[in-house]
Design a protein around this ligand. Structure first.
Ligand SMILES: [Zn+2]
Ligand SMILES: [Zn+2]
Length: 341
């Protein structure tokens, strides 16, 4: 059997729509009929080469929701036609990191779907049954798909890494899919949220999702954050852009004992005086990916209506290259999702 897939052929080359063979599920694996695949900013990093894992050709797409089409031998926990969300890390399960609830750091990852193994920009994907999470009936598949990276990564950054606490002031610097997840999660955690973005449409969405203060990223963010915090600065700044212009503002927006958490990145260098870190006892830290536990939490919060996935538009696989260009131009508010009939 063959299927349509959008294939990546290395940095600087556009994705190409191809017909490729569907791999039958091996022991413990499941064939999933993809119904929705969220388009993450990371895909742009593959295309422009900022992230180059050296593996191609490859089907990208790591926010995947669909239906179980076929069970491989020995796959347990799901049945055919189950609506499922894919956790995109297939980790070793045996190393120090896997055994201490930090599987996102597993150095012996077996596969990362949409990163090192074929992902969701195709009609089918093959993943271990252990990587599937059932999607509650109240959740739409396109919305559920985007939880996989955006909201779940937000939970990892705010809950696990920054440990945002009641009464803290946090800055969400950049409002894409992860940023919108952070705004909502930090509000649930009892924080005061300042969202920063250059886009008027994203500022409106940030306010709608509960941000207490919404700032225009084209102004001096550090100054404005200080003005909003009686000169103190923020307890936590989530850096979602990771470019020179934002990194400087982010560190200057912090309060003493403040935590700067990198979620976004670019090829730019962070330049900071150690003196500034020392006198403020500033922590610079980072969050990468998420764990299955955090994915389960994201699904529960979304099913309970406490966190909303922000789906900007639903597009066909054929529209993926043009939609990636729209994402690059900053036209997408939240997530665009590839959907399959
Ligand atoms: Zn992602
Ligand atoms: Zn491991």
């Amino acid at each position: 059997m063959n299927m349509r897939a959008a294939r990546y052929h290395g940095p600087g080359k556009p994705l190409s729509l191809e017909s490729v063979a569907v791999r039958p599920p091996a022991y413990g694996e499941v064939l999933v009929r993809v119904k929705a695949a969220g388009i993450c900013h990371t895909d742009l990093h593959f295309l422009n080469g900022v992230l180059n894992l050296g593996i191609s050709p490859l089907t990208l797409g790591h926010e995947i929701a669909g239906e179980v089409a076929e069970l491989g031998e020995g796959s347990v926990g799901v049945t055919v036609d189950d609506r499922v969300l894919v956790s995109y890390y297939a980790t070793c399960g045996r190393c120090h990191w896997c055994r201490t609830d930090r599987a996102n750091l597993c150095p012996q990852v077996v596969a990362e779907y949409g990163f090192t193994a074929d992902g969701g920009y195709a009609e089918y994907v093959v993943v271990p049954a252990a990587n599937l999470v059932r999607i509650p009936a109240v959740l739409d598949l396109a919305e559920a798909a985007t939880l996989g990276c955006s909201v779940t990564t937000a939970i990892h950054a705010a809950g696990t890494i920054a440990r945002v606490r009641l009464g803290e002031t946090v800055v969400v610097y950049g409002a894409g899919g992860v940023g919108f997840g952070l705004i909502q999660y930090c509000k649930l955690a009892g924080a005061r949220v300042i969202a920063v973005t250059r886009s008027a449409a994203r500022r409106a969405k940030a306010a709608e999702l509960g941000a207490d203060v919404v700032l225009d990223g084209t102004r001096s963010v550090a100054e404005e954050v200080r003005a909003q915090t009686r000169g103190e600065g923020a307890d936590v700044v989530f850096e979602l852009a990771g470019v020179r212009a934002t990194m400087g503002e982010a560190i200057n927006a912090l309060r003493r004992r403040g935590r700067l958490v990198f979620v976004g990145y670019s090829a730019d260098q962070l330049v900071v005086s150690p003196l500034q870190l020392v006198i403020g006892e500033i922590t610079v830290t980072a969050a990468v990916g998420n764990t299955l536990e955090e994915l389960l939490q994201a699904v529960d919060l979304a099913a309970a209506g406490r966190i909303r996935a922000v789906v900007d538009r639903r597009v066909a696989l054929e529209e993926l290259p043009a939609t990636l260009e729209a994402l690059q131009r900053g036209e997408i508010v939240g997530r665009a999702v590839v959907v399959f009939p």
